[in-house]
Ligand binder design. Structure first.
Ligand SMILES: Nc1ncnc2c1ncn2[C@@H]1O[C@H](COP(=O)(O)OP(=O)(O)OP(=O)(O)O)[C@@H](O)[C@H]1O
Length: 236
């Protein structure tokens, strides 16, 4: 799987793009981290990559195919996204929420087959949330819910996983474990994973590639450059 972006502009109004002229190739087997200050356009780019927000200009290809040509169902089997906002469902258990990740294969109200249940169990084990399995989603803490939503994306078994600040609500050990799990999933299961984050030290430690949004453009940056800017912030 390759995502190819060429002269891509994203945003909400063609006259005021949030990020312009993005040229980028992302590949399976890699964890990439999107960094940059608040309000700079990280979520906007992630939403565009899911097909949820139309691109303003340029091309956006999954394996050389324009994403505008994918049906909703095809996209749901290709890309999963974990957002920061609370899911608008209630009165579902953790296991049921994660089971919804299987809906591209079973239909929204489809019954889970044995193989779907095995995928759900695997996602629960990957995120280490066995103890939460029977809890109702609205009773979880922000961090617990975040882990559940990552497990749902894992259960969706898509080649592309996008995550918007997946570690925002987590305590430090959970942040590190989440980065480690996502890195392992990219490397061992050949996933293309792109996440936005403000956890720069962890991004530097675990990412295969770092992408910085700055002044309306997106550029690859090196670990050394990011470490230098962390030091500059601390020293200033
Ligand atoms: N639905 C919308 N309509 C118009 N403008 C929007 C909309 N959503 C976000 N914006 C604006 O687009 C810009 C980029 O926002 P975005 O949420 O992509 O930033 P971000 O880098 O993800 O920020 P953060 O790190 O704070 O989550 C901001 O100026 C924001 O106010």
């Amino acid at each position: 799987m390759v995502i190819h972006l060429s002269h891509l502009s994203v945003g909400y109004s063609p006259s005021h793009p949030v990020i312009s002229d993005i040229d980028l190739e992302l590949k399976s087997g890699q964890l990439s981290c999107l960094i940059g200050e608040n309000g700079i356009g990280k979520s906007t780019l992630l939403k565009t990559l899911t097909g949820f927000l139309p691109k303003l200009k340029g091309s956006l290809l999954f394996d050389n195919r324009d994403i505008a040509s994918f049906s909703q169902r095809e996209l749901a089997r290709m890309v999963s996204i974990v957002l920061t906002q609370k899911p608008d469902v209630q009165n579902l258990s953790v296991e049921e929420i994660i089971g919804l990740g299987r809906s591209p294969y079973t239909g929204f109200f489809g019954r889970l087959r044995i193989e779907d249940r095995m995928v759900v169990n695997d996602a629960i084990a990957t995120m280490g949330i066995e103890k939460l399995r029977g809890r109702m989603i609205q009773t979880l803490s922000d961090g617990e819910r975040q882990k559940v939503m990552i497990a749902k994306a894992i259960a969706q078994e898509t080649p592309i996983i996008l995550l918007d600040e997946p570690t925002a609500f987590l305590d430090f050990p959970s942040k590190a474990e989440t980065f480690q799990s996502l890195q392992r999933m990219a490397h061992e299961r050949d996933k293309l994973i792109l996440l936005s984050t403000h956890d720069l030290e962890l991004a530097v430690r675990f990412a295969d590639g770092l992408l910085e949004v700055k002044n309306g453009t997106l550029q690859a940056v090196s670990v050394t450059e990011v470490k230098a800017s962390i030091n500059a912030i601390i020293d200033s």
